[in-house]
Design a protein around this ligand. Structure first.
Ligand code: T4K
Length: 406
């Protein structure tokens, strides 16, 4: 991948004040630190000229969807970048999950973490499959393979691991559990584009992996997703399912849906792919700045990325411990008052969201770590929309709020 400029029209948000004492805080009546909301997932935009050139070609061709040349080019680029045989681009990550789950023949019960975006659980429930929630490792926030093993029953038909925050899940250990029980294993890799596991690019782990290229992901196609796999037969089934099962004009040979990526999304993907190294460099720099500014603030810490692996650093995960001088929710409230729209991803955990809470009122009994982690995480703004000055101000606000709480 070659580095290319980030869209030149982009001006990162600058703070409007410095904060050194409680009286400087918006919750104490001072003006907010940012004039406009600073989001956690402000979209990154690559070279607009490249995007517009692709869009111009698209209009000339009058070919907007249905496996067009830009989608094919995009899929080819992803196969090369990820070192995987097949990439099937989709309209979004959720439909990509649903199609992959079906193509793997999952049914009955499937084991997933509760600590993930709701789409992982919904992709199962939407097709009449019961998501069975297993607990996570509090140090990594990823599925705990031992907990997965404990949740397997005769109705279990598969396991879905999630590479949360751009940190790979323990793929080898999960594969061992899956193999021991003859179960298919797939990964929700929505957060892990460009990351590695044991030095190998995420994309070919398990039977298949699913990416999201939503606007808020560090690499986006407006909306979009993809399934990647080295399994030829599975790839063929997924391709058919993405396009109503059509194997040619008037010839449907498989059940299917409409999961196609459109050409304009592939154009955005091709333009943004060139900027990936630069965006990752910015994210990594932001992550290091947050870690350095907050290193001596008691009771809070930034979750490090996996040692020895490449990460996209797309999420800055702040953990507020139980003995910090302030609660996580009070800190989020103080940040929101400053127009810093930090998020409590993925609180309260899928199992405590209404549909699943009603299905499994006692799920929390086997998810103590999920509950603890979900109650202490705050996601902070990063990406190309956040300047070094903004990060310094965000961290000084966190410092003052924590000390004031204390
Ligand atoms: N699996 C996992 C583990 C996932 O995290 C996701 C998606 C999926 C599967 C499903 O993939 P997709 O079907 O979405 O492709 C957002 C995203 O909508 C969602 O894609 C993402 N995960 C999730 C982590 O975040 P919300 O409900 O937080 O979205 P919202 O509207 O609050 O926006 C998030 C932030 O981004 C806000 O701070 C506003 C800002 N924003 C948003 C958009 C759309 C912008 O600045 N510009 C924008 O265009 O879910």
């Amino acid at each position: 991948m070659n580095a290319a400029p980030i869209s030149p029209a982009y001006v990162p948000a600058q703070p409007e004040k410095s904060v050194t004492k409680p009286g400087d805080l918006a919750i104490a009546g001072a003006p907010p630190a940012f004039a406009a909301p600073l989001h956690v997932g402000g979209p990154n935009v690559g070279d607009r000229e490249v995007f517009l050139r692709h869009v111009g070609d698209m209009f000339d061709r009058r070919w907007f969807s249905n496996n067009g040349p830009l989608v094919q080019q995009f899929e080819q680029r992803l196969c090369e970048d990820l070192g995987v045989r097949h990439c099937i681009a989709m309209c979004n990550g959720t439909v990509a999950l649903e199609i992959a789950i079906r193509a793997l023949g999952m049914e009955g019960e499937v084991i997933v973490p509760s600590y993930t975006f709701i789409a992982t659980a919904h992709a199962l429930h939407w097709q009449g499959i019961t998501p069975v929630f297993a607990d996570i490792d509090p140090a990594t926030h990823a599925l705990d393979p031992l907990a997965v093993r404990r949740m397997i029953t005769p109705r279990t038909s598969g396991i879905i691991g999630v590479h949360l925050w751009g940190r790979p899940a323990p793929a080898d250990e999960l594969q061992k559990v899956a193999d021991d029980h003859g179960l298919p294993l797939m990964f929700d890799a929505a957060h892990a584009f460009g990351c590695t596991y044991k030095g190998r690019k995420v994309g070919s782990l398990g039977q298949c992996e699913v990416f999201s290229f939503h606007a808020t992901k560090f690499f986006n196609t407006f909306e979009g997703g993809a399934v990647t796999t080295n399994d030829d037969e599975l790839a063929e089934a997924i391709r058919l399912m993405r396009n109503f099962g059509f194997a040619g004009y008037d010839n449907v040979i498989h059940p299917g849906t409409n999961g196609k990526m459109v050409e304009i999304c592939a154009a955005m993907g091709l333009a943004n792919l060139d900027a990936v190294p630069e965006i990752v460099r910015i994210n990594q720099h932001n992550h290091a700045l947050y870690s350095a500014h907050l290193v001596d603030v008691p009771g809070v810490s930034i979750l490090p990325m996996s040692e020895g692996e490449e990460s996209n650093f797309q999420y800055v995960v702040l953990e507020v411990s139980e003995d910090a001088g302030v609660t996580r929710d009070a800190l989020v409230e103080a940040l929101h008052a400053e127009n810093i729209l930090a998020r409590k991803y993925f609180w309260p955990g899928c199992h405590r969201m209404k549909p699943y809470r009603e299905m499994f009122p006692h799920a929390g009994l086997v998810l103590p770590e999920t509950i603890r982690v979900a109650d202490r995480v705050v996601i902070l703004p990063t990406g190309t929309s956040v300047s070094a000055e903004a990060i310094a101000t965000i961290c000084s606000i966190i410092r003052v709020v924590v000390e004031r709480g204390a």
